[in-house]
Design a protein around this ligand. Sequence first.
Ligand code: PGA
Length: 253
Amino acid sequence: MAERPYIVGNWKMNGTRAMLSEARAIDRAAQRYMKVEVAVAPPYTLIHAVHKEAEQIGVGAQDCHPGEEGAHTGDINASMIADAGAKFVILGHSERRQDHGETDELINAKIESALDAGLRVILCCGETLETRDAGEAEAFVLAQLKAALPAFQDPAERLTIAYEPIWAIGTGRTATPDDIAAMHGAIRGLLDETYGAEASAQVRILYGGSVKPDNAREILATPEVGGALVGGASLSAENFLGIVVGASETEEV
Ligand code: PGA
């Protein structure tokens, strides 16, 4: 695993101000596991409030519009989320691709705008079960990344990749360590090719899809896994912290 594992909670469309106590509990406990980088991405409506609560954890958004401010009713751009206290943004999540028809090109534009606004980016990729069963998972994921990655190596230190097989998200199924290692190895190869080995080494590759306290250690000990993007289990401080503890114990593997 990477030197400093990165555990990120993606709250998706969950959370009202009542969830701030969970954020506070995560933040206070994270102070005991300084070797793990811990972050949460609440819905837009809670970014500022979580930011004000957080002393230790990073706060981010789950999406942003790629454009400048202007006439886009209901949209929020990268500088607005940065102003609210976000330090990073998750882009290209499969639920955005499915629910909103997001293309790799649009995701690339969002990444560029987020980097311009000074944010860090977690770029998600992942295949459907059909694609995996057809033996095309690796080619599919690498094509997604090739089309979406920012062009220059400069932002490498602000870039994180999250491999999330769609069939493992919210289903209780996880990919096997062998499958994860093979995909993460292929992604690392693409990053090396795109940015050079030195810049690529700064990019952590997270795994996402039904990561829970009881499977976190095995997943996080898998080669090239630099942390986890956690959905369901991040909604309770107890479960999420179980994963953080797992990361703190497997970091040397
Ligand atoms: P899950 O979601 O942990 O609930 O499977 C992961 C994600 O979609 O980021």
